[in-house]
Design a binder for this molecule. Structure first.
Ligand SMILES: [Zn+2]
Length: 477
């Protein structure tokens, strides 16, 4: 989802504020929603609605507003600030197609630097945070601190994700729909400061000055923070793949209690040769979760194609069935669903499934769902798959001399770097609005501030489930 600030006009250098005292720390913050929709649309849409999941609004507009207030209250209970936070909110048509959509976008309306009590000099802060830190409302007369937009057409029109509109209930039971409360929490997170004001596409600072974000963002290849880089270094750092991490103490400490160990494929055995050791995998949304007790067996390739590949989309030949029985099957991606392959291999007695990617893409999870699948499955990249096939070339009909263990790496948390810092989203192809200002998609469990909203999110923004608030604490909340 896009996170670019809608307005970023005010360079509030050298603000002279008369008074700057703050009373005792408040136990919470106040968040006010400023409904900027026109009559009859968005939050004012009078289409009748039935109560859903604890949301008893009587119109579509009322239900949207109730969901928004619910999300705002969760943030208000979490934050502390003596200055009420105003969110200018609107439901309006956003980018949409039949199979993809921008759910929403949000950001700071104004940013500030060198205000009284600013923790770091020459550094941009979002308006809501700057107001908290200085104890005075910094917003221009009459403006809010955050602007948030949400897609008013989602799921309601054939050209805008038909069938998967916003779920307006408050109880996390969104099913196949998109949980609006989770989307609202995510977008408010951006508006509160989970965003960079530096241009990730060019590497240029806003108005020549770094953002607070740049002090914490490090490239793990040279351990250099963005604040200390030149434009071109930042631009390249943003598209390095899995190369950016968050170097903040709160996130670092919280991650150990939130993130699960990283799934892995461990290869060993007489014939393993150079393929021996740990390999990155994408784990499966079906079948048993990978855990400390790895599922181990000899790796055996399945061959049911003239090319020498194996798809496992049809019941296995006797020779293939003999090869995979009691072993871990290696199959190629393609031609049928992952769960179909898994079920066919399971029926033949395989203990696990390794799917070889058929593109040059980095590994990603295996999607799908089928409660009948009881064997674990992972995806490896194409190059690793080819090396493993070569290592198994001299196998017998039931043994390859290559042993595969499907489990987790107890030394590594999912979505962290080599020193356990949580990684940020930095795909090799720059994705405006998504790159850099989100957590890595490799985090497990899924995090609120990943670039897309996953169906298994809680409505929590802080430990023990979520790393959003720890990051905001790192930048000054
Ligand atoms: Zn986002």
């Amino acid at each position: 989802m896009s996170n670019k600030p809608t307005f970023l006009r005010r360079a509030a250098a050298a603000l002279a504020l008369a008074c700057c005292t703050i009373g005792a720390a408040h136990a919470a913050a106040t968040i006010t929603i400023v409904n900027i929709n026109q009559p009859g649309v968005g939050f004012n849409d009078r289409t009748p609605a039935q109560p859903v999941g604890g949301n008893n609004g009587r119109t579509l507009g009322e239900q949207r507003l109730i969901a928004f207030q619910h999300a705002a209250d969760i943030w208000a209970r979490t934050l502390t600030s003596p200055v009420p936070i105003r969110v200018e909110a609107v439901f309006e048509p956003l980018v949409c197609s039949a199979d993809g959509a921008v759910l929403g976008s949000a950001g700071a309306i104004e940013i500030f630097r060198d205000f009284p009590k600013a923790p770091k000099a020459n550094t941009w802060y979002p308006g809501a945070l700057a107001s908290k830190l200085t104890g005075t409302d910094m917003a221009s007369q009459g403006r809010g601190h955050i602007r948030a937009r949400f897609n008013s057409r989602l799921g309601l029109f054939p050209d805008c994700l038909p069938g998967s509109g916003f779920y307006l209930g408050l109880d996390r039971k969104a099913g196949e729909q998109i949980d609006l409360v989770a989307v609202l929490l995510h977008e408010l997170g951006h508006g509160l400061g989970f965003q960079n004001f530096t241009d990730e596409g060019t590497g240029e600072f806003f108005d020549g000055k770094p953002s607070i974000w740049d002090h914490f963002l490090v490239d793990i290849r040279n351990n250099k923070a963005w604040v200390n880089m030149k434009n071109d270094e930042r631009r390249l750092s943003a598209i390095g793949g899995a190369t950016l991490s968050w170097n903040g103490e709160r996130v670092y400490k919280a991650a150990a209690g939130i993130l699960a160990p990283e799934p892995q494929l461990l290869i060993s055995g007489m014939a393993a040769g150079a393929t021996g050791g740990k390999h990155r995998v994408g784990d499966a949304s079906f079948g048993p979760q990978l855990g400390q007790n790895a599922v181990t067996g000899e790796l055996m390739p399945l061959i049911d194609q003239a090319s020498g590949g194996g798809l496992a989309c049809t019941p296995l030949s006797p020779a293939n069935a003999m090869a995979v029985r009691g072993n871990i099957a290696l199959v190629d991606r393609g031609a049928c669903a992952f769960v179909t392959k898994a079920r066919i291999l399971q029926n033949a007695g395989a203990r696990g499934m390794v799917v070889v990617e058929n593109t040059d893409d980095p590994v990603s999870p295996l999607g799908g769902s089928d409660p009948a699948v009881r064997i674990p499955a992972v995806r490896i990249d194409k190059a690793t798959g080819e090396r493993l096939k070569t290592a198994m070339y001299r196998r017998s009909r039931t043994s390859s001399g290559v042993v595969a263990s499907l489990g987790v790496d107890p030394d590594k948390l999912a979505g962290t770097d080599w020193v356990r810092r949580v990684r940020m989203y930095s795909p090799e192809e720059y994705s405006p609005g998504s790159s850099v200002s989100h957590y890595s998609v490799d985090t497990k469990p899924n995090q609120l501030m990943e670039p897309s909203i996953n169906p298994d999110l809680t409505h929590d923004v802080l430990p023990p489930h979520d790393l959003t608030f720890p990051l905001l604490q790192d930048i000054g909340w």
